[in-house]
Design a protein. Structure first.
Length: 78
């Protein structure tokens, strides 16, 4: 799946989210989207990296300590 396709999926989902609100004010949209995308991304990357945090952090372009914190935040490790 291309970056453009992923962006289209997110855009379509957000448009539907705003339609579903039916005029109600949205709340914490950024946190909602980051939370929805980040956990499955971490799960897939960690699986493909065979749970090697250093490799996964490199692939994600983030510091290993940042990855570890995100994994703990999403309860993917203890």
């Amino acid at each position: 799946m291309s970056k453009k396709k992923i962006e289209e999926c997110i855009r379509d989902s957000l448009e539907q989210y705003f339609k579903d609100l039916r005029g109600t004010e949205p709340h914490s949209v950024h946190d909602m989207i980051v939370g929805a995308v980040e956990k499955p991304m971490l799960e897939v990357v960690m699986r493909h990296a065979e749970n090697n945090q250093s490799k996964a952090a490199d692939w994600l372009g983030i510091n290993r300590n940042t990855l570890r914190r995100k994994l703990m935040d999403h309860k993917l490790i203890k």
